[in-house]
Write a protein that binds this ligand. Structure first.
Ligand code: GLC
Ligand code: CA
Length: 557
């Protein structure tokens, strides 16, 4: 297998608004990030994925961009950004930018022009259609509720928006759109950035004719079959690769909801014609259901293992995996798959980290995950900031699909704001995030859970992550070894073996709060393994072990 720097990297995602505020306005910013680079260096990561810092009216917190080549005022200036890039590079840390080009903001100059008249030169930068019998051009629903079409009086047509109505979809069929996007990307690459995380990139190609979708619980049609992994998506990405990506030494990851193994083998093929890797969603969708993700179902461990193992084995040597539990769109993993009660929070956070970081692929850590940060204890709707949760709450309760109590419960558990509460730096005012009033409330558990305390304590979650990252640098087996699942039917234990040449790495994780018996597989008996990492005081793997609650262990043979 070809060795590449992005295969052995560990990426850390920063959500700038919530990371560190340098000027007391309650909003995280670029100079705040600069002041914490030492922390990332200490943790040991070597790539930052920076969520959008571009100019934006913040309808979707920066994922609605009004100028791709300007920095959001609240976040600072382009000069601040240039300093950040330079300082990160000095520390050996690369920066991967978020690329949001399925849509722009409706305040982007292209859209401002586009909506002016039907013959404006920018008209075809977006997807405009006539209504059908006085209604929307088709039945598609948007990801943030309601129709995916917005009527615009000025020109008596509708424009498509798969997300909010302030996020009109770009028309990738138009050569000029692709050229503009590639020019913009080249401009950033020439600045010296190190890669792109591509927002909903699997949705850029829409099927001709934009056919109606199957109507779901929301009453709207599903656009999925006609705009996820659409007919020209690979052609577009190959063109992007030729025009931009192949010209530089970059790390690229495509956010690909709805991606299958077969599709991922194309997007992230080892031949390198498109992207380095994709974010798949199958494991994140396991606790979803009829009302999309809104429920508080727990994933079954056997299902989780089946999904993870499928990706581990079926991309091996064909494409590259990304590994993640968390990002700015997901609730906190320790509250979702682990146990966030004081007794087990740290231990279960370490177990989840072991389970993921010993797998094959490039791991992504989301800010605060390395501290075992938890979901937020929401007590009223006013505490939410996220358009997705707020819209879904109103839509599903007003239609009588879910009761207000149910829906409040669900958005509290699954809502994206859980990930977006401020980073907990210390036990002082506002967790050290800001000297002002934060744009979203700090989790009240910051007195117990914060970076300062964990840096000082050797057995903290922080130091555990630090060790996992260091191990990946030391052992090629973690990066390049193959993967085999053990005990597929166990609802308690997740255990797998990595193999690389003569070496084997045995990983054992107890996903329960109970003691569980584990028998060492034949192949490892009477052999002296080296415990690389573990979250309990177990010096060696024995033939028969009683795993303690949430125990995790990785043994090298
Ligand atoms: C991606 C982003 C999410 C955003 C959406 C629309 O899923 O991760 O935060 O709301 O795309 O841009
Ligand atoms: Ca600020």
């Amino acid at each position: 297998m070809e060795k590449k720097w992005w295969k052995s990297s560990v990426v850390y995602q920063i959500y700038p608004r919530s990371f560190c505020d340098s000027n007391g306005d309650g909003i995280g910013d670029i100079n705040g990030i600069r002041s914490k680079l030492w922390y990332l260096k200490e943790l040991g990561i070597n790539v930052i994925w920076l969520s959008p810092v571009y100019q934006s009216p913040n309808d979707d917190m920066g994922y609605d961009i009004s100028d791709y080549q300007a920095i959001m005022k609240e976040f600072g200036t382009m000069e601040d950004y240039d300093h950040l890039l330079e300082e990160a590079h000095t520390l050996g840390i690369k920066i991967m930018m978020d690329l949001v080009v399925n849509h722009t903001s409706d305040e982007h100059a292209w859209f401002v022009e586009s909506r002016k008249s039907r013959n404006n030169p920018y008209r075809d930068y977006y997807i405009w259609r006539d209504g059908k019998d006085g209604k929307e051009p088709n039945n598609w629903g948007s990801c943030f509720g309601g129709s995916a079409w917005q009527y615009d009086e000025a020109t008596d047509q509708y424009y498509l928006h798969l997300f909010s109505k302030k996020q009109p979809d770009l028309n990738w069929e138009n050569d000029a759109v692709r050229k503009s996007v590639f020019d913009m990307m080249n401009w950033w690459c020439n600045k010296g950035i190190d890669g792109f995380r591509m927002d909903v990139i699997s949705m850029i190609s829409k099927a001709p004719g934009l056919p109606d979708g199957t109507v779901g619980a929301s009453g709207y049609g599903d656009f999925g079959p006609y705009s996820v992994n659409g007919p020209r998506v690979h052609e577009f990405l190959q063109e992007m690769n030729r025009e931009v990506l192949s010209q530089y030494d970059l790390i690229t990851v495509g956010e690909c909801s709805g991606v299958t193994i077969e599709e991922a083998q194309k997007y992230a093929a080892s031949s390198g014609e498109e992207l380095n890797m994709v974010f798949q969603f199958e494991h994140m969708d396991l606790d979803g259901g009829e009302s999309f993700k809104w429920n508080h179902r727990k994933m079954k461990l056997t299902e989780l293992k089946a999904v993870m193992s499928k990706w581990q084995t079926q991309l091996y040597e064909k494409a590259w995996n990304s590994l993640y539990w968390c990002n700015h769109d997901q609730p906190r993993i320790v509250s979702r798959l682990g146990n966030d009660s004081p007794a087990w929070r740290e231990k279960s956070a370490k177990m989840l980290a072991t389970c993921l970081h010993m797998m094959q692929g490039t791991p992504y850590i989301y800010q605060g995950e390395e501290l075992g940060m938890t979901n937020y204890p929401f007590s009223s709707l006013e505490e939410f900031r996220d358009i997705e949760s707020i819209n879904a709450y109103h839509e599903l309760t007003e239609k009588g699909i879910l009761t207000p109590e149910e829906m409040f419960d669900y958005i509290s558990y699954k809502g994206r704001d859980n990930a977006r509460t401020p980073m907990q730096w210390e036990d002082g005012v506002q967790a050290g995030f800001t000297t002002g009033t934060p744009w979203i409330a700090v989790n009240p558990n910051y007195k117990e859970i914060n970076a300062r305390e964990q840096i000082e304590r050797a057995d903290s979650v922080f130091h555990y992550y630090q060790k996992l990252i260091a191990l990946r640098k030391q052992h090629d087996i973690i990066v390049y070894g193959d993967y085999e699942l053990l005990l597929p039917d166990s609802e308690e234990i997740y255990s797998y073996v990595r193999t690389y040449g003569e070496q084997k790495l045995l990983v054992i994780c107890n996903f329960t709060d109970r003691e569980i018996a584990y028998e060492l597989p034949e192949a490892f008996r009477n052999r002296k393994g080296e415990v690389l990492i573990g979250n309990d005081k177990r010096p060696e793997a024995k033939e028969a072990m009683a795993l303690t609650p949430y125990e995790a262990l990785a043994v090298l043979y």
